[in-house]
Write a protein that binds this ligand. Sequence first.
Ligand SMILES: Cc1cc2nc3c(=O)[nH]c(=O)nc-3n(C[C@H](O)[C@H](O)[C@H](O)COP(=O)(O)OP(=O)(O)OC[C@H]3O[C@@H](n4cnc5c(N)ncnc54)[C@H](O)[C@@H]3O)c2cc1C
Length: 317
Amino acid sequence: MSEILVLVEHVDGEVKKVTLELLTLARSLGTPAAVWAGPGYGEPAKARLAEYGAEKVYLADSAEIVDYVVGPKAELLATLVAEKSPAAVLIAATPEGKEIAGRLAIKTDSGVITDAVGLSEGFVADQSIFGGGVNVKSRVTKGTPIIAVRPNSTAPEAAPGAAAEEQVTVTLSDAAKAAKVVERVKQEKGARPELTEAAIVVSGGRGVGSAENFAIIEKLADSLGAAVGASRAATDAGWYPHQFQVGQTGKTVSPQLYIAAGISGAIQHRAGMQTAKTIVAINKDPEAPIFELADFGVVGDLFQVVPQLTEEIEKRK
Ligand SMILES: Cc1cc2nc3c(=O)[nH]c(=O)nc-3n(C[C@H](O)[C@H](O)[C@H](O)COP(=O)(O)OP(=O)(O)OC[C@H]3O[C@@H](n4cnc5c(N)ncnc54)[C@H](O)[C@@H]3O)c2cc1C
């Protein structure tokens, strides 16, 4: 079977969940070959990639690759496309990933599809548009299919692979060095899990009423070891940072449990959370559209329900 290149997303040497999802997808259509760009590669990363079926790992672990903005990663992938003639290239549909995909498509004179939520035989990509209201199937008709897949659209499944390493050296062009990273500031990370990788997400919406009131959402989240999310109404109001927005123009989450408090369930919000395994809604309006989607619903005032729920969870710990 032909090789499918998967660009690895990693932080501090740790492989991100989206890469495991892409390896799972790649396995269903060919032989997955991970592409590692930048420093940080080590035994834990190799073991993780092998666990999820990477047969090969193309290693371009020089520091120079991450000294510049996206250009080098696109150039690295273009080199591999020319040398290895893969059947397709899969990239995470993050803002950076989509930019790399676009640049790679230009460099290889290929078609590109972004924000895919599924992939089937013949590299037919599913896209969910208009807030999940319309499903589109698309296929690249020119060159090597380059497909950026949204995080959390596939459940990662382990299956062993050889993870045979092959060093790759790229001589970066001046064009790839056109934008240099001049500073990196590590964001303070709290004890909560990352929103897109969390098994449980507790989100608050306009019903929460203020930035201060988000403390009750955080308390519930902490009692469950969950991440905190927010609707756009809440982030636009400045009650919670934009990076926690869930939905069409925010993050896509697919946790085991999603608790929506004071969120009406607009189509654009659903687009980012409707694949959650179990959805619990807390809303004082029994007609709120979120209840159409919810597995369990509580009609009530969140200022009463959420603290009671938190207390009950704490008691049972
Ligand atoms: C192009 C576009 C992109 C968008 N992208 C996104 C996106 O990514 N994410 C997103 O979330 N939205 C997005 N939106 C906005 C979306 O259309 C909605 O406006 C938004 O989701 C509404 O947020 P909300 O549910 O918090 O607020 P509302 O719709 O105002 O709902 C608030 C809910 O809280 C309930 N409530 C109020 N007080 C209480 C209380 N005390 N106890 C319990 N319940 C209470 C109310 O009954 C109501 O149902 C987008 C819109 C557009 C046009």
